[in-house]
Design a protein around this ligand. Structure first.
Ligand code: MEV
Length: 319
């Protein structure tokens, strides 16, 4: 039996802009997705407790069929892996997660990366991180049709990364522990819908939306400087700029704004949504002596505070 795990992610700067050629900054969090796998004589059986799937069994021939969305990423990963390495085998797969699939930490990416790594260990195919990233990215695109792959990069490589669409650039950023508070709105974001919304807005107002992306790129550069100087006040203020621009691109929502404003009022240096927007999570940079107040304010505003450390290790084999 092979067991692997990979981390979830939080986008710190540049979401959406990354799909339009601009860089973003993502960090891996220490809440992980686990995949256990072993060979069997025939059939592929998948159990995915966090998705409410107790047992789903198919024959090898049925791999190419359409499967329930809860386990589509696992089965597509197996299909793509078998195709790449000309393998046929029965399998027993089990996935469990330390984070809910509803909060925007990148469940699909993490389960895809973990499944591919588990298969690599099981069949000794010696994949490098880059191979895992590429096959996982192909798998996610096969299913979703769009996405920058930023969540896949975080799950694969871990740490905090400077990232460009499709993995054109994936560079680790050295940072100390950023003092962050994470607030969850309780609403599941529809990433595809929000991504399309931004593209439509860009088509209608290219002369306004393109400069927004240009500004987001400048913010990204400033943010990397602030991180290297551990200037968290500045980092928070840069988040406020980033949030204002995402708001202008209409991907924020009242629930996010409520938590973001509550965090700022309670003394955070700055706050913004993280990921696609329209729900999921917000993040705030907070000096330690204000952490308690900010967390309390987020809860009072209807949010749930999620504890996680940043810069977690990428995909790994578990004992
Ligand atoms: C979602 O976490 C980040 C987006 O930029 C989408 C993507 O990069 O695939 C909104």
């Amino acid at each position: 039996m092979i067991k692997v795990s990979s981390p979830g992610k939080l986008v710190l700067f540049g979401e959406h802009a990354v799909l339009h050629g601009k860089p973003c900054i993502v960090t891996a969090i220490d809440q992980r997705m686990f995949v256990k796998i072993k060979r069997t004589n025939k059939d592929i059986s998948v159990k995915s407790s966090q998705m409410g799937i107790n047992k789903y069994v198919i024959s090898l021939k049925e791999l190419k069929k359409k499967h329930p969305k809860e386990i589509r990423f696992v089965l597509k990963s197996i299909e793509n892996f078998f195709e790449k390495y000309k393998i046929k085998s029965g399998l027993k797969v089990e996935t469990t997660s330390e984070f809910s699939s509803k909060i925007g930490f990148g469940t699909s990416a993490a389960v895809t990366v973990s499944t591919i790594k588990a298969l690599d260990e099981l069949f000794k195919t010696n994949m490098e991180e880059k191979d895992i990233f590429e096959l996982a990215y192909k798998t996610v695109l096969d299913i979703q049709g769009l996405g920058s792959g930023v969540d896949i990069a975080a799950s694969t490589y871990g740490g905090t990364l400077y990232y460009k669409n499709g993995g054109e650039v994936i560079k680790p950023i050295k940072t100390n522990k950023i003092p962050l508070v994470i607030g969850y709105t309780g609403i599941k974001a529809d990433t595809t819908k929000l991504v399309k919304k931004v593209s439509i807005l860009k088509k209608r107002y290219p002369s306004l939306v393109n400069p927004i992306f240009d500004l987001l790129e400048k913010i990204n550069k400033e943010a990397r400087k602030a991180m290297s100087k551990k200037d968290y006040k500045r980092l928070g203020e840069l988040m406020n700029f980033n949030q204002g621009l995402l708001s202008a691109a209409k991907v924020s929502c009242i629930e996010l704004e409520r938590l973001i404003n509550a965090a700022r009022e309670a003394g955070a240096y700055g706050a913004k949504l993280s990921g696609a927007g329209g729900g999921d999570c917000m993040v705030a940079v907070v000096e330690n002596r204000k952490r308690y107040d900010v967390e309390k304010a987020i809860r009072r505003a209807g949010g749930t505070v999620i504890k996680a450390n940043l810069g977690a290790e990428g995909v790994r084999l578990e004992k």
